[in-house]
Structures are given as structure tokens and as C-alpha cells.
Design a protein around this ligand. Structure first.
Ligand SMILES: *Cc1c(COP(=O)(O)O)cnc(C)c1O
Length: 434
């Protein structure tokens, strides 16, 4: 089916013993000597495979449809296609080789519905009578999935205000669909992105036989799946004949991308000299740093995804390094373009690099080129064993068990902590449609 080739996207194959972090360092050296210090990403495709193995283990009964809006980079989508995921899209997929698609958008443009009909895409969601009528007219053979409302009060990104039918409305919609002779094949829900409470999932599954969403991937994925699996078994035993699907977005990509940004400008701001006699030098001024990526680019996740990003220093600070109150800004001519209002950093210089891990979810997918600033280049890497795994797509035994160290991944601490006290990184989650 989808064989990789280097023309399709550039991917660097890691030599044995090398990790994504080595490539990051190497790129920094390369671009530093060439004088061109554009921001860039290093994306570890092996990390996606790790997530996949973990998924298969924790949710064996659940088929996944990757939510493309989370990160639509070609290599990511291609990798997921290779390992056999379907895709959750809101419009016609950017890539015509995407197979097994669900249009999980609840406000579809009529031309997009017709387009789906012409391209053999049948599965789509709805939560209102008007949407049902649109589909009935434009795509009478569609297989519809009814999206119901859930309690999203504990989610980071609440979606319930915009989407989902109440149980009462659901009944009316199902009757209406019957009258229109439209096939409703299932029910779905999204408990909100970045949901933290496993019990809400059980409630949602029992309530309407639906979806779930997972909280923090590292700590909670199995914790949540351990609650979901019994609920699925109880309400939809495997002999019920109901196929269970999920639309994970964050879960798959959360830790694959590391962003390297360069400091392009710097300003020293003197503080008011109140009682300055007794203050040490470091308190007399603050630094403002301007970087070559900001909230109109990759850091749009701060505005839209409530992300708490965390800067790492590429250069190791000295043991007795002084820290100064600093703020970090994006490159555009807008005051809104601020990444950190306040953080403590050693003194940095123009040309220094800062690294941001876990920059995959809702970053590049919504980044703009406002003010003429281009999106960072993405360098993809994968290890030899990962490449091997990509090849036998038709292999029914895919994916085989691989030793963890075979898959090149970025070490957890790939750079030096800036010494900032900060919120933990945004937690990752995924959602399941039943
Ligand atoms: C965005 C979205 C997802 C993915 O959400 P994550 O929190 O990134 O896993 C899944 N399903 C639907 C309908 C979505 O809109």
C-alpha cells in the first residue's frame, strides 16, 4: 500500500547508536556555521510507533482514526497510514492516499459532503436536524454517526459548548433519520480535549455508548484505559457486534516534535531604582528576548490549546550562573506575540538557541505566516529498525515487538532545564468513538 520513499518526504535514518537529539545538535551546528539560524523542528517518527504499540496493548478492541487536525504534517500522516490507522478529517483530506476516513466535523459545507460522496467517503458525524437534512440531500448513502453531548467540565479544551446532541434531541434525530431513510451506524462523543477524569468516560460510555478521551499520556493512559476496557466490555461486549473506533489526536503525536528557536533580538529594561542600594545586580534589570517563532507560528498552541510550553537551554548553564527575570517574545510586530511574560533565565545572547519539547500537538497545524514569518522546517528522523517496521504494511503481524532502545527517540531530558518554575507540559489525550 503506502511505501515510503525519500521523494515523498525527507527523512534522516539514524545510524545505530544515534538518537533524534544527536540530529538536533548536528542541525544546530550546521545552521550555526552557515549563518542561517531559522527555527526548525526535529520530529521522531519512531516515537509515533511507540505510541502505536502502547495503544494496541492498552485498547485492543478499539480501532483508531487519527484526528488529522492535531498535526497534519505529511510524514506524520504517512507514518500513521503505514501502520494502518484511519483518519478523522473535517474536510476533504489534504492527501489523496488517505484511506478509511471519518468526517467527524459537525458543520460540513455542502460541497464537502458532495465531495465525500464522490470519493467514496461514507462515515460522517452529525448532531442536528439541519446537518442530517444536508447529508440526506447531498449524500444519501452516507453512514452517519450521532455525536452526543458529554460533561466536558474537566477538560482543558471544552467542546461541549459547540457540539453534541442531548439524549432527548438524539431520540428525535434518530426518528428523523429513519424517516429520511438515512443510515445511522453509531454514536460518538468527545469529552473535550485534554480530559483528566476517567470516571467521566465511564459515564459517557454507559450513558450513550460512546467515546472517550484520555488525559496525560505518560501517567494516565493506562489508568484511563483500565477503566474504559471494563466499561466497553460491560456495555458493548465483544459479541455485541459493535465496532468501537477512536479518534486519537494528541495521543499519537504529542512527544514526537522538538522545536529549536533562535534568539534574534534582545532588549535590556532597567527596573525602577527603588531601594536599589541593597539589591543585587540581577534585580536591577530584566531582559526581553525575541525569537524567530511565536504565537502566530508554532506557539499558537498557547492561545488555542492552552499549552504550557517550557523552554530548555541548548547550552548548559554554569553551576554559579546568575538568573535574571526575563520575558520571551515572538518575532511579529504585534504585542500579543508573547510566549512568556515572566521566566528566570541566565543571560542569553542573540544567536543562542532555545529548545521546546512536545511541540507536536496543535502547533504546525494551525501556524500562520502572519507578518511574513515562515513556518519552521521539519527534519524527520527514524531509526533503521523503525524503517524496517514501516515496510511490511501488509504484514498481518505488524507491528512486531521491538526492543525499546531499537527505536530512536529523543531522551526525556535532551537539553538543560532553564531553571524555570513552570507548569508541567500540556497533557496529552486521545478520544474514542464507539
Ligand atoms: C480534535 C478532535 C479529536 C482529537 O482530539 P485530541 O484531544 O487531540 O485527541 C477527536 N475527535 C474529534 C471529533 C475532534 O474534533
Amino acid at each position: 500500500m503506502n511505501n515510503f520513499s525519500n521523494e515523498e518526504f525527507d527523512c534522516h535514518f539514524l545510524d545505530e547508536g544515534f538518537t533524534a537529539k544527536d540530529i538536533l545538535d548536528q542541525k544546530i551546528n550546521e545552521v550555526s556555521t552557515s549563518g542561517d539560524k531559522d527555527a526548525f523542528y526535529v520530529a521522531d517518527l519512531g516515537d509515533i510507533l511507540k505510541k502505536h504499540r502502547r495503544w494496541l496493548k492498552a485498547l485492543p478492541r478499539v480501532t483508531h482514526f487519527y484526528a488529522v487536525k492535531c498535526n497534519d504534517s505529511r510524514a506524520i500522516v504517512k507514518t500513521l497510514a503505514a501502520i494502518g490507522t484511519g483518519f478523522d478529517c473535517a474536510t476533504r483530506p489534504k492527501y489523496n492516499w488517505c484511506r478509511r476516513i471519518i468526517y467527524a466535523n459537525l458543520c460540513k459545507q455542502v460541497s464537502q459532503i458532495k465531495n465525500a460522496a464522490n470519493n467514496g467517503i461514507q462515515m460522517m458525524t452529525f448532531d442536528s436536524e439541519v446537518e442530517l437534512m444536508k447529508v440526506a440531500r447531498a449524500h444519501p448513502k452516507a453512514k452517519l454517526v450521532l455525536r452526543i453531548a458529554t460533561d466536558d467540565s474537566k477538560a482543558v479544551c471544552r467542546l461541549g459548548v459547540k457540539f453534541g446532541a442531548t439524549l432527548k434531541t438524539s431520540r428525535i434525530l434518530l426518528e428523523r433519520a429513519k424517516e429520511l431513510n438515512i443510515d445511522v451506524i453509531g454514536v460518538s462523543f468527545h469529552v473535550g480535549s485534554g480530559h483528566k477524569d476517567p470516571e467521566t468516560f465511564v459515564q459517557a460510555i454507559s450513558d450513550a455508548c460512546c467515546v472517550f478521551d484520555m488525559g496525560d499520556v505518560k501517567l494516565k493512559f493506562e489508568e484511563i484505559t483500565s477503566v474504559i476496557n471494563p466499561a466497553l466490555d460491560k456495555y458493548f461486549p465483544s459479541d455485541s457486534g459493535v465496532r468501537i473506533i477512536a479518534e486519537p489526536g494528541r495521543y499519537y503525536v504529542v512527544s514526537a516534535f522538538t522545536l529549536a528557536v533562535n534568539i534574534i533580538a534582545k532588549k535590556i529594561v532597567l527596573k525602577e531604582q527603588i531601594g536599589s542600594d541593597h539589591e543585587d545586580e540581577s534585580n536591577k534589570h530584566t531582559f526581553m528576548y525575541y525569537m524567530n517563532d511565536g504565537v502566530y507560528g508554532s506557539f499558537n498552541c498557547i492561545l488555542y490549546d492552552h499549552a504550557h510550553v517550557k523552554p530548555l537551554l541548548q547550552k548548559r548553564p554554569k553551576a554559579d550562573e546568575k538568573y535574571y527575570s526575563s520575558s520571551i517574545w515572538g518575532p511579529t510586530c504585534d504585542g500579543l506575540d508573547r510566549i512568556f511574560e515572566h521566566c528566570d533565565l541566565p543571560e542569553m545572547h542573540v544567536g543562542d538557541w532555545m529548545l521546546f519539547e512536545n511541540m507536536s500537538t496543535y502547533t504546525v497545524a494551525a501556524a500562520s505566516t502572519f507578518n511574513g514569518f515562515q513556518r519552521p522546517t521539519i527534519y524527520y528522523v527514524m531509526s533503521g529498525p523503525t524503517w524496517q517496521l514501516m515496510q511490511p504494511i501488509q504484514n498481518p503481524h505488524f507491528p512486531p515487538e521491538v526492543e525499546e532502545q531499537d527505536v530512536g527517540t529523543l531522551p526525556v531530558s535532551c537539553a538543560w532545564e532553564s531553571g524555570m518554575k513552570h507548569h508541567p507540559a500540556t497533557c496529552a489525550s486521545a478520544s474514542i468513538n464507539v
